[in-house]
Structure formats: structure tokens, C-alpha cells
Design a protein around this ligand. Structure first.
Ligand SMILES: Cc1cc2nc3c(=O)[nH]c(=O)nc-3n(C[C@H](O)[C@H](O)[C@H](O)COP(=O)(O)O)c2cc1C
Length: 322
């Protein structure tokens, strides 16, 4: 088993596809991987749900060998449940376990999980340490700068988490109260990376939406890797674009027929995992980006947004007059 640092070293500059509920399922992770994403992470899995009904949450733990290095992300608020969930996740043999201390969503925060823990650093440290102590896989944490603009203890948090034995941290440069608004602030991420007492890898996250920005931020903040979320929704080619940019190569954007082909692949692969209905429904958030900048998309988009089956999607795309 490799430690997290050694996993990162396998790549010139590691690109992470961010964990995103209802987006980063296995079908889309594999698409992103085929286009250059190095590290993949599951959608977050509730530790309570996992313990209560392993079967139901089980599909979220599934991954294939091609996806390595692969992390399973768990969230929770109770020490015993979190530890038990980490042990269940470990049985699937991912490369690392990631703890979510960053989710800002109300239903998660109300239970004291996700970013709620940013208000109770001793608890965050105790729970993280308990997970580290009870699994043999590397444990990493994904979190935010702090609770709000008056409270950004991420530097202190990183030091304390490092002492628990976590092997890496991903920092989204926003506070909980920002949710997804405003701009991600990478200055603190850069300060942490440049603090010599912090030796664990620091992955930067937030608003990376172009190859140019990825390289600029890599150089400016010196992070050990970059995680990309929303900009990869409907644009899995962003990983390829960044990789080529790094090598000084020219990136040719996908043609319309390549995009249509990718949409159909995405739909069919997703339906194998979650069933046709969910696959067709979840695909709706990707269309605008898959076909961004393509003229005469409006009518087809209207049709796609109302499709209930893969066949209907295929027909709508086939009838597209452009
Ligand atoms: C639809 C959606 C679902 C998300 N689900 C998760 C999740 O399950 N676990 C997690 O750690 N972060 C989750 N996030 C946050 C992203 O991983 C990422 O931190 C955030 O979007 C900022 O990165 P970006 O600016 O590159 O999108 C989610 C974000 C979105 C938009």
C-alpha cells in the first residue's frame, strides 16, 4: 500500500476530479479519467446511512481498478459511526479515505457534519484522529477556510490535523457561509502550502475553470495538486486541456459530434449504474456545458430537458438541425 505522498508523486502535477453528489458517479469519473483526471473520489457517503443500510449506500463505494488512485469520501458527526463507516469503506480497498469537513448544505450542517465541524475544531481533530487510528489506509481531509469571513482558522486546522496523522488536505478557498458564492480565496491556501511546518500535501480547490488558471494557480500558490469540480460538469475535456497546456501542446476543443458521442456514452454508462430514469434526469445539469458555445442549441436543449428515456435523448440529438 502506498502512502498518499507517494501516490501524488506518480503524477507530474496531479489533477483531482472533485467529489460531487449526483455528478461524480462511476460513469462520469471514468470519463474524466479517460481525459486526464489523475485522482478520483467517490460522491460523499453518509456514515450513518452506510452503517444502517450498507446495501443501499454500497453502490457509492463501488469503483473499478482503472479509477485508481481512488478515494472514498465519508461524512458524519459521530465518532463511532465515522470510524465504522471508514472501516466499511476500507474493505473496498480504495487507495485512501477522505473525510468531508466542508459540505455547506443545510441538511448536513444541521446534524453537525460537513462544515458544521469548523465551529468545533477539537471535535474535528478528535474525529479525524479516531479514523486515522482505526484504518490502515491513508486518511485525507477536504474542508473549507472556516465558518465565515470573521473566522478562517484553516491554518490552525491544518496543523492540528497533520498532527493526527492525516496524510493530505484539500482546501476549498471559501467559507461555509459563502456556500458557492463570491470568489474562492486562494491566498490562505498558498500561505499554508508555504508554511514549512506543514509537510502534508495541500491540494487547492475552488473556481479553477480553465487551463490557464490551473497553471497560474499552480505556479502562484505552489500547491501539490488542483481539484476541479463545477468546471468539469459537462466539460470532462478540461483535464485534457490542462494536461496539454502543461506540456506546451495545443488543445483542440471537441467537435459537436464528439460532444454528442460523449453525451450518449455518459448516459448509457450512468444508466447501467443508477438506472435509466436517474441517468436521464441527472444529465440535465450537464447539457448546457456539453454544448456551450454551439449555436442553435436552444430548441434541442428544451427537448433534452423533457426527455424521460435514453432513446428520447438520442432522438432529440439526432433531430438537431445545426
Ligand atoms: C453539485 C455539487 C455536489 C458536490 N458534492 C460534494 C461532495 O459530495 N463532497 C465534497 O467534498 N464536495 C462536494 N462538492 C464541492 C466540490 O467538491 C468542490 O469543493 C466545489 O464545487 C468547489 O470547487 P469548484 O469551484 O472547482 O467547483 C459539491 C459541489 C457541487 C457543485
Amino acid at each position: 500500500m502506498l502512502n498518499y505522498q507517494s501516490l501524488l508523486k506518480k503524477f507530474e502535477f496531479p489533477l483531482f476530479f472533485a467529489p460531487m453528489e449526483d455528478v461524480s458517479d462511476q460513469s462520469y469519473r471514468l470519463i474524466c479519467k479517460s481525459l486526464g483526471a489523475d485522482f478520483l473520489i467517490s460522491e460523499f457517503v453518509s456514515s450513518e446511512a452506510l452503517i444502517r443500510d450498507v446495501e443501499k449506500s454500497f453502490h457509492k463505494l463501488q469503483f473499478s481498478e482503472e479509477e485508481r488512485p481512488f478515494g472514498i469520501q465519508i461524512f458524519g458527526h459521530d465518532l463511532n459511526s465515522l470510524v465504522k463507516a471508514a472501516q466499511i469503506a476500507e474493505e473496498q480497498h480504495p487507495d485512501f479515505i477522505d473525510i468531508n469537513w466542508g459540505c455547506p448544505v443545510k441538511k448536513v450542517v444541521a446534524k453537525g457534519a460537513g462544515s458544521a465541524i469548523l465551529k468545533d475544531i477539537p471535535k474535528m481533530v478528535a474525529l479525524s484522529k479516531a479514523v486515522v487510528d482505526h484504518v490502515s489506509l491513508p486518511v485525507t481531509v477536504k474542508t473549507r477556510l472556516g465558518w465565515d469571513h470573521t473566522d478562517k482558522p484553516i491554518h490552525e486546522i491544518t496543523k492540528k490535523l497533520q498532527d493526527t496523522g492525516i496524510q493530505g488536505i484539500t482546501i476549498h478557498g471559501r467559507t461555509r457561509s459563502q456556500m458557492y458564492s463570491g470568489e474562492a480565496d486562494w491566498t490562505l491556501i498558498g500561505e499554508i502550502k508555504n508554511d514549512r511546518s506543514i509537510t502534508i500535501p495541500v491540494i487547492g480547490n475552488g473556481d479553477i475553470n480553465s487551463a490557464q488558471k490551473a497553471i497560474d494557480y499552480k505556479n502562484r500558490y505552489g500547491v501539490d495538486g488542483i481539484m476541479i469540480g463545477r468546471a468539469a460538469i459537462g466539460n470532462p475535456w478540461i483535464f485534457k486541456e490542462i494536461k496539454q497546456f502543461l506540456k506546451g501542446e495545443h488543445f483542440t476543443p471537441p467537435t459537436l459530434s464528439e460532444r454528442i458521442k460523449m453525451v450518449m456514452l455518459h448516459l448509457t454508462e450512468a444508466s447501467k449504474i443508477k438506472g435509466e430514469k436517474s441517468a436521464v434526469f441527472e444529465m440535465r445539469r450537464h447539457y448546457s456545458v456539453y454544448f456551450k458555445g454551439i449555436s442553435h442549441f436552444k430548441d434541442t436543449k428544451m427537448k433534452l430537458m423533457n426527455c424521460l428515456s435514453i432513446q428520447e435523448c438520442q432522438d432529440a440529438l439526432a433531430q438537431w438541425e445545426f
